[in-house]
Design a protein around this ligand. Structure first.
Ligand code: PMP
Length: 285
């Protein structure tokens, strides 16, 4: 696989990042994951905008290749022959000469930019979406700026492991009694035809897939309500689902051992997945 590191396309075995990189030492970095369908990038603009916002919020400088990111994504898709899959992009504050909590002088330390592809044939026709996934609930103990897409993913990883141990697929995180989001996705319930999801704030990541799905839902005359909800309300809902760039719309059929609705994939989640795949392909670049 060919990867991109600091201005160079290299075989993955030759790509190197310093041990002093602040991404490695301090999780001082941000990332994006963009999906590829039919060899094209889904919602690239949305991901690029959010990346810029993450950098701004952390006072991190843009890498010099920032304006060429679309070309770099496309070139990696081509070089690696990706028809369906993902592109992972990470920017860190770079590698100063020593470890220090103080941010390095941006004149002396350039950010580190890394991109690589992940080949995932069958991403769109994922059979898991026909069955749905099971989730557990866990306390949300992450930091207070979840709107910034940082590489601090230890707790979400632990959440996935807790889910696995419980025989489930993922975890929904709960703060002050209300669901924030999934470990790597935004969370929704459906009740009496209404799609309910927590509103945007610093408490959750502003999902690019979320924005697109809510827009498509409204265009299809479905009612969308942005408000918090509890696990009990979710268990009593007609349907539940999650969204992310890598899973699109994924139905949730069980929460903490309780079946949601009849425990099968519901019509709203199914339809939203179809609409999302159709519509997002139309604007893929
Ligand atoms: N919330 C969290 C915590 C996530 O990690 C992700 C995916 N990275 C999302 C939501 C979904 O965001 P997107 O639709 O932009 O992939």
């Amino acid at each position: 696989r060919t990867v991109f590191v600091n201005g160079e396309y290299l075989p993955e075995t030759e790509a190197k990042v310093s041990i002093f990189d602040r991404g490695f030492l301090m999780a001082d970095g941000v990332y994006e994951v963009t999906s590829v369908l039919g060899g094209k990038l889904i919602d690239f603009e949305g991901h690029a905008k959010r990346l810029e916002r993450s950098l701004n919020e952390l006072d991190m400088q843009k890498p010099e290749e920032f304006d060429d990111l679309l070309d770099i994504h496309r070139k990696l898709v081509e070089l690696n022959g990706i028809e369906e899959g993902m592109i992972y992009l990470q920017i860190t504050r770079g590698a100063p000469d020593d470890r220090d909590f103080v941010f390095p002088d941006p004149e002396a330390t350039r950010p580190t930019l890394v991109l690589f592809t992940q080949n995932k044939p069958g991403l769109a026709a994922n059979p898991v979406a026909d069955k749905g996934i099971k989730v557990i609930s866990i306390e949300d103990i992450r930091w207070g700026r979840r709107d910034i897409k940082t590489v601090q993913l230890l707790y979400p990883s632990m959440g996935k492991m807790m889910a696995k141990k419980a025989g489930c697929d993922d975890a929904w995180m709960v703060e002050d009694g209300y669901v924030t989001e999934g470990t790597s996705n935004n969370a929704y319930i459906v009740k009496d035809g209404k799609i309910i999801t927590r509103g945007l704030s610093n408490d959750i990541l502003h999902g690019i897939t979320r924005a697109a799905v809510l827009r498509f839902a409204q265009e299809a005359q479905m009612e969308v309500v942005e408000r918090p909800y509890t696990i009990e309300e979710a268990q009593a809902a007609d349907e539940a689902f999650v969204t992310s760039a890598s899973t699109f719309v994924m139905p949730v059929v069980e929460i903490d051992g309780a079946a949601v609705g009849d425990g099968q994939v519901g019509p709203v989640a199914k339809r939203l997945r179809e609409i999302y795949l159709d519509e997002s392909l139309k604007t893929a670049i």
